[in-house]
Design a protein. Sequence first.
Lengths: 321, 326
Amino acid sequence: MNSLLEVRNLRVEFPTRRGTLVALDDVSFAIEPGEVLGVVGESGAGKSMTGAAIIGLLEPPGRIAGGQILLEGRRIDNLPYEEMRRIRGRHIGAIFQDPLTTLNPLYTIGRQLVETITTHLPLNPAQARERAIEWLELVGIPAARDRIDAYPHQFSGGMRQRVVIALALCAEPKLIVADEPTTALDVSIQAQVIALLKRLAREKGTAMMLVTHDMGVIAETADRVAVMYAGRVAEIGPVREVVKHAKHPYSSGLMASIPPLDRRVDKLAAIDGSMPRLSAIPQGCAYNPRCPQVMERCRQQRPDLLPAGETRAACWLYAHD
Amino acid sequence: MFAFIISRLLQALPVMLVVSFISFAMFAYVGDPVAIMLGQDFTEEQRQALIRQLGLDQPFFVQFGTFLGNAVQGNFGISYRLSRPVAELIVERAPATLELAFTAAFLALAVGVPMGVYTGLYRNSWLSKFFLTFSLIGVSLPTFLIGILLILVFAVWLGWLPSFGRGEVVNIAGWTSGFFTWGGLKALVLPAVTLGLFQLTLIMRLVRAEMLEVLRTDYIKFARARGLPNRAVHFGHALKNTLVPVITIAGLQLGAIIAFAIVTETVFQWPGMGLLFIQSVGAADIPVMAAYLMLIALVFVVINLVVDLLYYAVDPRLRIGKSGGH
């Protein structure tokens, strides 16, 4: 039985005039049908890049330089543009960060929904319009039948993100790549949108790759979580384990930096230093200059994902040789 | 919408007033119309009679009022040079200029927009690089040189197209048109290319720059992520978002084409308003110059109004009052 999505040793490079930057290096994970995989990490860790690689929309000159991406056992990383286009929207939907800029301002939301539906499903425009209204109702747009001919600027940010969710789901893909879907929204709206995404994914049996740097969202929504650092997966495992008993020193640092709600703190915990630039990733484990438990081996050899309790962590602490 | 048009027309009134004032000032202060009209041999009685007849003994503002009143009725006086009513001369010449200008503008848009889209989409193809190099020539070569070069190649060397004039024209209810005869169409080619080439390259470069800008936006990325075919993404979503600036520039350029067809009309001896104007300048034929000035101001005012209305058609965010938002 194949996983819904399998990413194997994915490597993404950006050729520049001053040498090639490796944005993603040896990234591997899988998503099972109906599962929500959270992907966390600092800005620039490669979370969004991974999402872009999966939907086949890496910004040029970025390119997949190695590894494979398989959707239901079929390789999709090397498909011609036209074949990949048919997969986008139909099999893999995408949700972007800022709903204010994701919708074309010159077309009604109805038109944008109908064109997406008719592109992927064998419906005529009238049927597609009915389907569009159903989707708007599903994502909680009040008076959907009256609002379908409204333009994006006539909706609030939260409502627009609901429209974006409808657009991503309307051809009923099996996987949604949601790239920081709530980051641009008001805090009060974030919870609603996440709850909506979670509910729709469960009802439709859609799997989701949820990219965010909001640990709260992950803890609430994801089944498993992948922690990324400097273009690599540092730790991957069930969300409860990673949040409560992180194995990789980076994950534990990340979890420790979440301010507690139940007591007063004067100083927020932080990890010393900052993530290396892509042009200066250190030899060995990319985290070694910041790691409190650094060993000699970490500076020489790069660790693979090693079993560590219920999770797997790319850390020499868990090496048994 | 109707109220908007009315308010824009009201805003145009001061513009037209100022322009007519300048036209009038030209009458009053550039040269002495009496001396020009009388010639060399006249008596003092004839001079006084002409001054009274032209109303030049009246106070300044009364004269301006009379001028305005006449201008509103389309009466711009008599040409000094040709001794015919100015309005008649302009009406006679307008079809030639308008046909030339609209052909040039059509050419610029019909070729410039697709070239701009192409060079925006395929930035690195050799054809895009060729178009860009070619557009540099179009932008940098002066109109008269392009005209003369085209005449040299297509009229003198190849002998395919006439080098001057409008060819045969058909008169339809007072409108002379070169669109309906083979000779008229042939005569239109070189002047239209000359006049439109700069606009074409300008529009191409503008569309290209706008396309590059729009293609980077999130909604284009999202349109791709929704799996829409390239044609829908490029022409449905991207091109439409480039239209607002393109309409602005194209509108202003159409005004410029009509107003400044002078050089092209001179090179090709095209019997339009520009040629009339340049000949009038040579002869200090002030009534014609004044009328031309006001006409061009009117053209710009009308074009700006049309451009504003097109914004409304293209961009829903500008339409007020139809909102159903929270």
